[in-house]
Design a protein around this ligand. Structure first.
Ligand SMILES: C[S@@+](CC[C@H](N)C(=O)[O-])C[C@H]1O[C@@H](n2cnc3c(N)ncnc32)[C@H](O)[C@@H]1O
Length: 288
């Protein structure tokens, strides 16, 4: 698993962003680029056998599928997402990476348009099914997991990766950040999602009758000097800005409060800060 070509993935994603600065859901492409290291760090925990059929549900711009295709395991990879725009981008990226010699075999990841609640695949057709940062957006995670179980072969693995915002800790706390972050969590909740779903993943798997269920939190912590022009800080500012209209429409924040908070957050003084956040990885096996 050590022989990989993720540099090609990184370059291809960065080139795409440069060429398409106004892409819809730009934040997700940016997040895809800058979470590369933590995404890949999980692979060692994952039970991939050579030539396994792997399904990445809610594949977005294809980050996970493209990374996996670079491993020297000849995996047969499919991604599925109900957003046709993201599927089109993922297909384009997959071809660009192949053309630069990024993969180990001739087979490139395939991407299908479809809903995670009713996937266009026959029963028991995958060895591994993965969902990264997807269940937090769903109104019925249990139903999605049942559908994941349906397409898994007996003995196959399900891997769920998601955030738990109650494990996010900052000190000293910026009140502007606390207000914006709280509003952001509330918005997702009002849409039926759940940003504290991380702790629940293994229980979902247990209840869905998966065996050998495990879970672990990946914690990223740092004590760092934060400057307003840090790329992570700028990313957070743009991410909040991307939901401004939704927050106002849903009555979670007034335009004035949002603008005041965002201006305060964007212009915060340089400061030393402790920040910690976590994502949970839960794994289960479909009994043979
Ligand atoms: C935060 S993104 C995560 C993308 C990708 N898994 C990653 O790790 O970068 C969530 C993705 O789930 C997709 N999604 C949400 N609900 C879905 C559904 N019911 N069926 C298919 N895709 C869905 C969205 O379109 C979006 O691309």
């Amino acid at each position: 698993m050590d022989d990989f070509n993720w540099r090609v993935v990184d370059e291809t994603l960065a080139d795409y962003l440069l060429a398409h600065p106004d892409i819809r859901d730009r934040w997700l492409l940016e997040q895809t680029i800058y979470t590369g290291a933590s995404r890949r760090a999980m692979f060692r925990q994952m039970p991939f056998q050579t030539a396994a059929a792997v399904l990445d549900i809610g594949s977005g711009f294809g980050a996970l599928a493209l990374d996996l295709a670079c491993l020297p395991l000849d995996l047969q990879i499919r991604g599925i997402d109900f957003d046709d725009g993201k599927i089109a981008v993922a297909r384009e990226l997959a071809v660009a990476i192949r053309n630069k010699g990024g993969y180990h075999s001739d087979s490139i990841p395939k991407f299908d348009e479809g809903d995670v609640y009713a996937m266009p695949y026959t029963n028991e057709s995958f060895d591994v099914v993965i969902a990264r940062f997807v269940l937090q957006h769903l109104t019925d995670a249990t139903r999605a997991i049942e559908e994941m179980r349906r397409v898994l072969r007996p003995g196959g693995y399900v891997i769920l990766i998601d955030i738990d915002e109650n494990m996010t800790v900052t000190y000293p706390e910026s009140s502007a950040f606390v207000d914006l972050h709280g509003a952001f969590i509330r918005l997702q909740q009002m849409r039926g999602g759940d940003r504290v779903i991380g702790r629940k993943l293994s229980t979902f798997l247990q209840r869905a009758n998966f065996a050998q269920v495990t879970a672990s939190a990946q914690v990223l912590s740092q004590h760092a000097f934060i400057q307003p022009n840090d790329s992570a800080h700028l990313f957070a500012v743009r991410r909040f800005l991307s939901v401004r209209d939704d927050l106002v429409r849903e009555g979670i924040m007034s335009e004035q409060d949002f603008d005041l908070c965002l201006t305060a957050y964007a212009n915060e003084e340089n400061t030393w800060e402790f920040h910690s956040s976590a994502q949970v990885v839960a794994l289960g096996r479909k009994p043979s």
